[in-house]
Write a protein that binds this ligand. Structure first.
Ligand code: SF4
Length: 459
């Protein structure tokens, strides 16, 4: 949910930020925004929709001139989708004009908001991100200390970029739930949610921002970098590699694509007794796991679906009828590929189970003989409180049903989930081992205190 970018010390800051945001578009399609500064007075431009539709040449070159920029693409449920909550958020305070863009979910947002309201703070948005601006505005001292002390008050998941004039600040929560990376292009530093956003604009990935790190950059130089808080354990979201991040982004020393290929190879090992005519992915995120499965099993890889890329999330309305129409518009089986075949179908996850069921029914309509359904992560048994939009526990099919019951509901011939052990092995690389990942939605054990009232709508 949500993607962020920051570019400093560059005459083309807004153009580079917008290109990076197009690369991060998969992290949020509802709204996008850029804050620019460094030449004239800081200004923010936000709108609903896709980056490429919003930021045309006129806006980028004539209205957003400056040398430092931060950008944001927002994901949210349709009910919460509004221009008011489009980021970055900008405010004028005692420390000057400051803007912030955020990816994650601040779990103690309601409590802090209540305290701030009692002190007289006025809120313009309903999103959790705004509390950070208020905490900064109400603190005294130098900006590095203020950001650090403000972040200390927050709980949950937050990767953040902040802009004040030419100064770009990047920060990541102590657990490192959401990714945030540092890169360089010529004499400019870039901070982004994923390495692909840096490389696409011609930059070079340098390193990850560390969990608990605050980094201040100005005029092409790192002014200061320090840990505002050190956690005993890094808990980076393993779901980023299963589903959310781009395949060409690097995480823990390997591309996400490579991790997904390994997930497929491990699935093939777990399913070595199952024979089939073809292996096929549910597009797009099942693609590389299916490739890995095919390589490891020597079963033919086939693309048996045509995906319509023109059906956006905004098309999905909450009525059952329209969901069915949308599913058919989005993915259509190719009859000659699937008809009369025994297939291994690979998808990244099963959440509610309704989408999988619709797809399997569709394959049956197109004459598939047998379906062995393989999922490249373990059963999702818990909701996410750290920035991924998952339904409440009662709506998660695996939280309330055994694997056999899910198999029967889906009406498939076999159902296999990648084991947690094999998922961790797929995502680990080099010296990074098991304990750097958050796996809470697969284990039901959380790293922070979770209650019925814990905020989980984040960005
Ligand atoms: S609970 Fe699941 S989706 Fe959420 S951060 Fe942890 S691994 Fe990722």
């Amino acid at each position: 949910m949500c993607g962020i970018i920051g570019v400093e010390n560059n005459e083309n800051a807004a153009v580079l930020a917008s290109a990076g945001m197009v690369t991060l578009q998969h992290r949020g399609e509802e709204s996008a925004g850029i804050t620019i500064s460094g030449k004239e007075k800081m200004k923010t431009f936000t709108a609903m929709g896709l980056v490429s539709k919003i930021f045309n040449e006129d806006i980028l070159l004539n209205k957003l001139s400056g040398t430092a920029a931060i950008g944001h693409v927002r994901y949210t449920t349709s009910a919460k989708s509004s221009l008011t909550n489009a980021q970055p958020f900008q405010m004028a305070c005692i420390h000057g004009n400051i803007a912030v863009a955020h990816n994650g979910n601040i779990t103690n947002f309601p409590k802090i908001k209540h305290e701030l309201l009692k002190k007289g703070a006025i809120f313009n948005h309903t999103s959790d991100t705004e509390i950070l601006l208020h905490l900064i505005a109400m603190s005294k001292g130098n900006l590095a200390d203020i950001v650090a002390s403000s972040m200390c008050k927050l709980e949950g998941a937050f990767s953040i970029v902040i802009l004040r004039s030419k100064l770009l600040i990047g920060a990541r929560d102590e657990h490192g739930f959401r990714p945030l990376v540092l890169g360089k292009i010529d004499n400019s530093y870039i901070i982004a949610s994923e390495s692909a956003a840096i490389e696409v604009i011609g930059g070079t990935y340098i390193r990850d921002i560390k969990p608990g790190e605050v980094i201040l950059i100005e005029n092409g130089k790192i002014q200061k970098s320090f840990l505002y808080k050190q956690s005993k354990k890094q808990n980076t979201c393993i779901f980023e590699q299963v589903y959310f991040s781009r395949p060409d982004s690097v995480m823990f020393g390997q591309t996400v694509k490579e991790a997904r290929v390994k997930m497929g190879q491990f699935l093939a090992l777990q399913m070595k007794d199952i024979k089939a005519d073809i292996v096929m992915p549910v597009p797009d995120t099942g693609y590389f796991a299916a490739l890995g499965f095919a390589r490891a099993s020597n079963i033919l890889f086939e693309n048996g679906f045509v995906r319509n890329h023109y059906v956006g999330r905004s098309f999905i309305k909450p009525s059952q009828n329209l969901r069915d129409v949308t599913a058919r518009l989005k993915l259509r089986p190719i009859k000659e590929v699937v008809s009369g075949k025994e297939i291994i179908l690979i998808d990244d996850s099963i959440v509610r189970g309704t989408t999988s069921k619709r797809l399997i029914n569709l394959l049956k309509e197109y004459g598939v003989k047998k379906v062995h359904f393989a999922v490249s992560c373990p059963p999702v048994i818990g909701s996410c409180y750290y920035g991924i939009d998952t339904p409440d526990k009662e709506d998660l099919i695996a939280a309330n049903n055994s694997v056999e019951k899910i198999r029967k509901y889906l009406e498939v011939d076999s159902l296999t989930f990648l084991s947690l052990e094999n998922l961790v092995k797929s995502c680990s690389y080099g010296d990074k081992k098991d304990d750097v990942f958050c796996k809470s939605c697969f284990t039901g054990k959380y790293f922070t205190k979770i209650s019925k009232n814990t905020y989980k709508e984040g960005c």
